[in-house]
Write a protein that binds this ligand. Sequence first.
Ligand code: FAD
Ligand code: NAG
Ligand code: NAG
Ligand code: NAG
Ligand code: NAG
Length: 610
Amino acid sequence: MYALLVVSVINLSVGTSSTITEKYYEELIRQRTAEAESYNLPTTNNEFKPGVQSNTTHDYGSYDFVIVGAGSAGSVLATRLSETDSYKILLLEAGGEEDDFSQIPSMFHHLFFTKMNWGYFSTPQTTCCLGMKNRACAVPRGKVLGGSSAINAIMYVRGNRYDFDEWVELGNPGWSYEEVLPYFIKSENSQVDGDPGYHGKTGFWNVAYSSPASPFLSKFFNASLKMNQPVVDYNRRQQIGSGRLQFTIKRGKRQSTGKAFLDNARQRSNLEVKSNVLVTKVIIDKSKVAKGVEFVTKHKKFFVKAKKEVIVSAGVVNSPQLLMLSGIGPKDHLKALKIDVIEDLPVGMNLREHALFPGLVYNTNYTLSNRSTEEFVKEYLKGLGPYTRGAGADAIGFIHTGQGNRAPTIEYLFVPPTEIKSKIISKAFNYNDDLTNNFLNKLDPQRSILIYLALLHPKSRGRITLKSNDPLDFPYVNLNMFSEQEDIDAVIEGIEFIRNLFETDTFKKIDARLLEIPVCKELKKQYREYWECVIRHMTLTIYHPHGTTAMGPDKKTSVVDSDLNVHGIQKLRVVDAGVFPSSPSGHLNAPAVMVAEKIADIIKKIYRFS
Ligand SMILES: Cc1cc2nc3c(=O)[nH]c(=O)nc-3n(C[C@H](O)[C@H](O)[C@H](O)COP(=O)(O)OP(=O)(O)OC[C@H]3O[C@@H](n4cnc5c(N)ncnc54)[C@H](O)[C@@H]3O)c2cc1C
Ligand SMILES: *[C@@H]1O[C@H](CO)[C@@H](O)[C@H](O)[C@H]1NC(C)=O
Ligand SMILES: *[C@@H]1O[C@H](CO)[C@@H](O)[C@H](O)[C@H]1NC(C)=O
Ligand SMILES: *[C@@H]1O[C@H](CO)[C@@H](O)[C@H](O)[C@H]1NC(C)=O
Ligand SMILES: *[C@@H]1O[C@H](CO)[C@@H](O)[C@H](O)[C@H]1NC(C)=O
């Protein structure tokens, strides 16, 4: 009776309230996209300034666990640990809340230019990012509840079974594919027609297709088959092939770990979530035991005690920064910055990135109709349409180039005409005027197909270092992509594969033609030199840094052990994508969540009697 009444009331108001909602979203998108276009990123953490310099440290009490960072891993850890009523947990996050705009998947490039992004850029590069302003690639990192999962491109790509088996081969027991698969499944609430046995249907995290599929998708699969690439669920045991992309979305809206996990736990009385807080130091005593952390918020400085553990989940750039500021890192580097060395470890080293080459654009004579923001909003509110796609991609594929490696080496992302008109992409890529005007501005949202190629197992290594001992300074991010020639060779093989794919009669029938690349024209007659030059100019990253606090058995080459305890320090763990000891053949969000799920179980076991 009551339920019937509610339904009829909703029905009565449906006409007017849905129009109000549509108008609200149209205005929100108009205003926030304009703001992003003129937004200047910060270059320091000075918003926290007076607090950092404050002379009094206030006492913030004590908790069992203090978790630094509510990102992909931190949100999941806090959610799982707070399932145990007796643990008292404090989750500290530098950013604030997500909002209706950041929930729209297709706005992901715009989110780079909001306060939800820390705003890092790489240092000026010599082997990559040559076509970017200042030769610097953007290094976006989420600064918001949900962390990078709240600003990412929502693709759900776990990686290959061999990747995790390799973690064990590198000396990290417990991380084999058979052992981690249950944790991928535990998190997931899959809505896709994936392979049986590989997907969860009862987890917190919704995974779905963006619908409807682009009319170009069937053409892409058709051409893939002609290239001997079967159409697969790439999140299963056999990854090679092409597949429709699985997204972390729910009814078309972004499912960050903040929304999917933390929102289920925030009301628990044993969990305190504190946002707009910059953690500046882990306090470690003389016997090398982590005691708690110092943080600043609202211009005041605090110390909070951790009775059981401090868990650093500040991400691949900020976790190394925080460890180094706390005296854990390469001895010589810390000494040079007048930081007392507590433990000499290769923190910040071994930075790996999945380089992303966006240089293959094909224009076809198959043109989508010209549609308006109003139509996209109407569809979005039904959970459908181009606004529900992150970065515009609809499909993904994996190939194996080179020899010896068992996992795929190159990923390709298929971006059909996005329909959405926007200029933000050149700001997001940080391309110089030549590449902006003569390449990106030539993309036609109604008929251009864009292919992104990602290098899955880079040999090149970059590094995170401190600029100074001041937590208000941004750290340096030296990407150093393509410092190893093998990495160039793998991308060239990927380019050859895609060019052959577009030579199939499937694409010939719609007159697919490669858009001219404006750089390196003088080298056009020398095939390899030409593509190498193009790759070094145009390649950005897929925003997948990892490995800067890698796990392993040896203190010389790793920072944490296989349970993610910092070597040589007690009661201190690092749990985020920095701990990956080798590169997943996929994206990083799902593995970061998997790592947190697994460590939460390990921690619960250790403290089961206390
Ligand atoms: C633009 C972009 C697109 C991406 N696209 C995809 C994709 O489509 N699919 C995919 O799988 N992966 C994608 N990734 C990668 C993936 O999202 C990240 O690898 C993953 O979210 C990393 O999780 P994390 O827990 O390591 O760190 P994060 O999620 O970055 O969390 C770190 C958290 O710590 C907080 N923090 C840092 N320092 C401090 C401090 N000193 N005090 C307090 N809080 C602090 C940060 O604000 C942040 O919330 C993308 C990433 C980005 C940035
Ligand atoms: C801290 O103390 C120093 C020296 O006494 C003083 O110069 C400074 O202004 C103080 N800072 C604040 C924020 O009170
Ligand atoms: C691919 O497309 C062609 C027409 O373009 C069609 O004849 C063929 O059957 C398709 N193949 C598959 C496997 O869908
Ligand atoms: C699409 O429509 C907009 C107005 O809604 C117009 O400004 C634009 O020129 C049109 N583009 C094409 C290619 O027809
Ligand atoms: C597209 O190009 C193909 C191949 O050149 C041609 O057969 C077809 O008629 C063209 N279609 C349109 C709509 O122009």
